[in-house]
Write a new protein. Structure first.
Length: 454
C-alpha cells in the first residue's frame, strides 16, 4: 500500500535539509575564515616586526644603506626561511645570466672558464666554431688580463662577467700560453652551448653519448648525435649522465621520446593547487639498441628521471654510484624588477608513480672511483665505471644478437671502422629553441659553480 506524503511535510523536510546544509556550510566557512584571520594577524605581526627593524636601522645605523642589496638580502632570507635547499631568490643580474644559459645561446667568446687561486681564468673547454676557437684560444690557456685590468682574486668574478656582453662588441684579452703572453681581440657573438657529445668507442660497436645538461638546445643536439652513432654502426649505447645536474624537465622528456616505444609513460607530478601533469611518449620513434647509463652522486633531477625512466622500462642498466636524489619540480617565477624566485612546487614521479626524491637511484653495477682524480681527467682505460659500462653493453649486445639468431632475425650488418678514441669527437649546434619551459629542474637554487661558460 503506497503512503502519500503531504505537501506540508515535504516542504518541512526540504527546509530541514536546507537548514542543516546551510549550518554545516556556515560552520566550515567560519572555520576557514577564522584560520585566514589568524594567518593574516600572524603576517601582520611579521611585517610589523620587519617595519620596526627597518625603522631602527634607518634611524641609527651609521653607514650607507644600499637599497638594492638590502632588498635582495631580505628576499634571500625569506626564501631561506622555508628550509628548502632548492627554493631560492635570484637577483636580476644572475637571473638574466640563467635565462641566457638555459636558452643555450650566450653572447660571448664561446669558452668555459674557471678561476684559479691567482684569480686567472683557466680555459677548460672551447666551443666549436666560436670566437675563442677561431682566435686560437685552447684548453689550459690562462686569461690573465681583460681589457686594461690584470686579474686578481678580488676582481676575477666581476671581470669574468664582463666577458659576456652585446653581440658584435669587441673584448681584449691577454692570454698566457705556457710561458708566453699572447694578446687577443675577439668579437662577442651568440654561441650555442654544446651539451651533447658523441663518439664510437674504439674497437667496439658501442656508441657513446655524453649529456652534460638539459637546456633548450639539448633535444636537437641529442637527436643529431644519436643518429650519428647509429649511422656509424652502433649496436649498443652508453649514455653518460655523470655530473649532469639536470635542467629543463620538458627537454628531458623530449629526449626520452626519441628512445622509448610510443605510448610509454615517462613522468608525472601534482602541484599544490591540484594541477596534474602527466608525460607520455606520443611519438613513433624509438631505438632497438640496448642502453647502459653511467651515473654518479652528482647526477640529479632531470638526469635522474632520464636514467630512471629507461631502467623502469627495462631499456637500460645503470652503472656507477647512487645518484643525488633530487626528484622535485622547480618553477621559476620572474618578479616585476627582473629578479626571480625558484620554488619547489611538486614531487617528480617516475613512469609507475614511484619517487626517487631523497633516495636517489641505486645502480645495477656499483663502481666507485677514487676521489683523488676527477673522472673527466681519466683515460678510457683508467675510468673503471666506463670500463664496466663497456663490459655490460657488450654482454647485453651479445645476448640480443643470440636472441635474434634464435628467432630467425638477421643481426645488423657490421659497423664501419670506429673512431680511434673515446674523447667526444662531435657536438651539434642547432638554432636556439624559443619554446618556453615553465616547469624546470634547474640549478638556480644552488650555489653557483666556480666555472662558467662565457
Amino acid at each position: 500500500m503506497n503512503k502519500k506524503i503531504s505537501l506540508g511535510a515535504a516542504i518541512a523536510f526540504i527546509l530541514i535539509v536546507a537548514t542543516a546544509t546551510f549550518s554545516m556550510t556556515m560552520v566550515f566557512a567560519t572555520n576557514q575564515f577564522n584560520l585566514k584571520v589568524v594567518a593574516l594577524k600572524e603576517r601582520e605581526a611579521e611585517f610589523a616586526k620587519f617595519s620596526e627593524i627597518d625603522q631602527q636601522v634607518r634611524q641609527k645605523y651609521m653607514g650607507t644603506i644600499d637599497e638594492t642589496a638590502l632588498m635582495d638580502s631580505v628576499a634571500k632570507g625569506y626564501l631561506s626561511g622555508l628550509g628548502d635547499p632548492y627554493s631560492a631568490y635570484i637577483d636580476a643580474r644572475t637571473y638574466d645570466r640563467i635565462l641566457r644559459s638555459q636558452g643555450g645561446s650566450l653572447a660571448g667568446i664561446g669558452a668555459v672558464l674557471e678561476a684559479n687561486s691567482s684569480g686567472y681564468l683557466l680555459v677548460t673547454q672551447v666551443y666549436p666554431e666560436s670566437p675563442a676557437e677561431s682566435n686560437g684560444l685552447e684548453v689550459n690557456d690562462l686569461i690573465v688580463r681583460i681589457g686594461e685590468t690584470d686579474l686578481t682574486p678580488e676582481n676575477s668574478a666581476q671581470l669574468q662577467e664582463s666577458i659576456q656582453g652585446e653581440s658584435g662588441t669587441k673584448i681584449s684579452l691577454l692570454v698566457r700560453k705556457g710561458t708566453e703572453d699572447v694578446p687577443m681581440e675577439m668579437v662577442r657573438r651568440p654561441v650555442v652551448v654544446p651539451t651533447v657529445f658523441s663518439s664510437m668507442i674504439a674497437d667496439t660497436e658501442i656508441g657513446y653519448l655524453r649529456i652534460t645538461a638539459f637546456n633548450d638546445n639539448s633535444s636537437n643536439q641529442f637527436n643529431t648525435e644519436l643518429q650519428r652513432v647509429i649511422d656509424s654502426g652502433a649496436k649498443s649505447l652508453i649514455i653518460d649522465l655523470r655530473d649532469n645536474r639536470g635542467g629543463a624537465l620538458r627537454t628531458a622528456v623530449r629526449m626520452l621520446e626519441r628512445l622509448l616505444p610510443g605510448g610509454s609513460p615517462i613522468a608525472s607530478y601534482t602541484k599544490r593547487d591540484g594541477t596534474y601533469e602527466n608525460f607520455i611518449d606520443t611519438t613513433a620513434k624509438s631505438v632497438s639498441q640496448p642502453v647502459v647509463v653511467l651515473v654518479n652522486g652528482a647526477t640529479a633531477s632531470s638526469a635522474e628521471l632520464f636514467a630512471h625512466t629507461l631502467k623502469a622500462h627495462d631499456m637500460a642498466s645503470l652503472v656507477g654510484t647512487t645518484t643525488m636524489g633530487k626528484g622535485v619540480v622547480q618553477e621559476t617565477i620572474q618578479l616585476s624588477d627582473g629578479s626571480a624566485i625558484s620554488l619547489v612546487v611538486a614531487e617528480l614521479l617516475g613512469p609507475t608513480g614511484e619517487s626517487f626524491n631523497l633516495t636517489g637511484l641505486k645502480p645495477d653495477f656499483e663502481v666507485v672511483l677514487s676521489p683523488e682524480t676527477p673522472w673527466t681527467d681519466l683515460a678510457q682505460s683508467e675510468d673503471l665505471q666506463l670500463q664496466k659500462a663497456i663490459e655490460v653493453a657488450q654482454g647485453v649486445q651479445k645476448s640480443s644478437e643470440a636472441a635474434q639468431q634464435q628467432s630467425g632475425v638477421s643481426p645488423a650488418e657490421p659497423s664501419p671502422e670506429p673512431a680511434p678514441n673515446l674523447a667526444p669527437e662531435s657536438s651539434s649546434e642547432p638554432e636556439s629553441s624559443s619554446e618556453p619551459e615553465s616547469d624546470t629542474e634547474d640549478e638556480s637554487g644552488e650555489s653557483p659553480d666556480s666555472s662558467s661558460a662565457e
